[in-house]
Design a protein. Structure first.
Length: 504
């Protein structure tokens, strides 16, 4: 196989990609070696099992490294004046190309191994749906990655200087870690930890012993206290996991504005990430307040922007987050800096929604909790009185919670116009205050159910090509909601209003 260098205008990936692949596969094989070895000892002696696993591991590593060597040899890329080209493949050669004028993101990521070797993975995207809109160069040197990022995102400086500073807009405050344990990630990680213990014990054939050991610890403990202790243990594990995840994701966090109007977020302890957002594509911000974080007076700031990568990997990487959970005043200040506004629109005074909207939320919440209670009551009347006591307990606990959440959801409702932005707020478990640039609205969707019509309410949604694509003011007064939409984007809704019959 010839290894002649490609033409001068073509570039190859870094040849150390083969070493990276071999080391990663070796780590995976090492993790699987112990349970596989223990499994093989059922049919052979321990030395024979070790030799078999070692031979298999070497074969797997060699095959993976060889395949990646072929991939490296058959992959090349070129940055032209009009297009970015990527050619790869052995038998079935793939030739993919992106127009440079359509490129919206050039993100750099590097796990711990890549960082030790001075390498990064470069993701070049147009922000459109599907994998065909993204080119991945994995890996190149960090210097090459930075060169590509600056080259492909080079734009004429169109943003007005304003009164807001360039350079650093926000930097990590280690005290923000206190918001990690109150996120919804903690209980999820706790459940995952308990499941992992049972799964690993099953792999090594010790699941029965684990269950027996736990049973021995609580043999003299009432069942209720046993459940409480186990749940608390899982929550403690979840809190530890949430703290570790926060450190991994947000350590070394930095938000800065670069020359030419580009916002850049850099973060990560072991896996470093660099995400760029063009200000020309920014359409607003979304102040997100999950319930636990909100109770501590904090919020997260997300970008509402066109052109961010939308493939599966990008969606799992918090690509649109500009600021992690931080004090609400700090989040508002960063929002103002990002939008180049003297006062953040996320802090604007909002128009409250009619009291009929509160009644709708109370009915929804009570129906959601009383339906299971009703089912348990019917089953208890037919089967056993124990279910009746369970139904009573659920009602006593769930009804007050449902009422409190419904009232909180009503208080969250609001909308307003603040300078260049329209603002909508809703939610209780996840409260969202979205400030969307009025010029970015491309249409309105008005929804009014039979029940809303009777109550004089409607929900009006601003559609946009940015962010989530739709931002809704729920259960507004019918006339107030239509006026809000008409004033937000003059001329867009009037033709439909003029055709509406009087009194509709």
């Amino acid at each position: 196989m010839s290894t002649a260098a490609p033409p001068a205008d073509w570039h190859r990936l870094d040849p150390r990609t083969v070493l990276v692949t071999a080391l990663v596969v070796a780590g995976v094989v090492a993790g699987a070696a112990i349970p596989v070895t223990l499994g093989l000892t059922r049919w052979s002696s321990l030395p024979v099992a070790v030799l078999q696993v070692l031979a298999g591991a070497l074969l797997v590593i060699a095959v993976a490294a060889g395949a990646d060597r072929v991939r490296w040899h058959r992959t090349r890329y070129r940055i032209g004046t009009e297009r970015v080209d990527l050619h790869t493949g052995l038998l079935l050669v793939k030739r993919r190309s992106l127009a440079r004028s359509r490129i919206r993101t050039v993100d750099l990521t590097a796990n711990l191994m890549l960082r030790l070797l001075g390498l990064v993975t470069v993701r070049i995207g147009t922000g459109e749906q599907g994998s065909e809109s993204t080119l991945v160069l994995d890996p190149v040197t960090r210097a090459e990655g930075e060169r590509l990022r600056l080259l492909l995102l080079e734009r004429a400086a169109t943003a007005s200087p304003g009164v807001h500073r360039e350079g650093e807009l926000a930097v990590l405050d280690p005290r923000w870690i206190r918001y990690a344990p109150v996120s919804f990630v903690a209980p999820m990680l706790g459940g995952a930890a308990a499941g992992a213990v049972m799964q690993v014990s099953d792999w090594v054939g010790a699941q029965g012993q684990v269950i027996e050991w736990v049973g021995d610890r609580f043999r003299e403990t009432p069942l209720l206290w046993t459940i409480i202790v186990l749940v608390l243990a899982a929550l403690v594990a979840g809190v530890v996991g949430a703290l570790g995840l926060w450190i991994e994701m947000w350590w070394n966090y930095r938000l800065e504005r670069e020359a030419g109007g580009t916002l850049r977020v850099r973060r990560g302890l072991f896996t470093s990430r660099s995400i760029s957002v063009e200000e020309a594509r920014l359409r607003g911000v979304d102040l997100v307040e999950p319930l636990g974080v909100r109770l501590l007076g904090a919020a997260r700031l997300d970008a509402i922007t066109t052109g961010l990568a939308k493939d599966h990997e990008a969606r799992n990487a918090d690509h649109n987050t500009l600021l992690p959970a931080a004090p609400r005043t700090r989040a508002d200040a960063v929002a103002a800096d990002v939008l180049r506004e003297p006062d953040t629109p996320t802090g604007a005074a909002l128009t409250p929604h009619p009291r009929a909207a509160r009644g709708r939320r109370l009915r929804w919440s009570l129906a959601a909790v009383l339906a299971p209670v009703l089912i348990l009551t019917l089953l208890g009347a037919l089967l056993t009185p124990v279910l009746l006591w369970i139904a009573l307990g659920c009602a006593v606990v769930a009804v007050p919670v449902a009422v409190a959440l419904a009232r909180d959801a009503y208080r969250a409702l609001g909308h307003a116009l603040s300078g260049r932005y329209l603002v909508t707020r809703s939610g209780t478990v996840r409260r969202s205050t979205a400030a969307l640039e009025r010029a970015g609205v491309i249409g309105w969707t008005v929804k009014q159910s039979v029940f809303q019509r009777r109550a004089g309410l409607l929900s009006i949604t601003a559609t946009t090509a940015a962010g989530g694509g739709a931002y809704t003011a729920y259960d507004t007064d019918a006339s107030e909601g239509l006026t809000f939409a008409a004033d937000a984007v003059p001329g867009l809704l009037e033709p439909f209003l003029e055709r509406s019959p009087k009194g509709a």
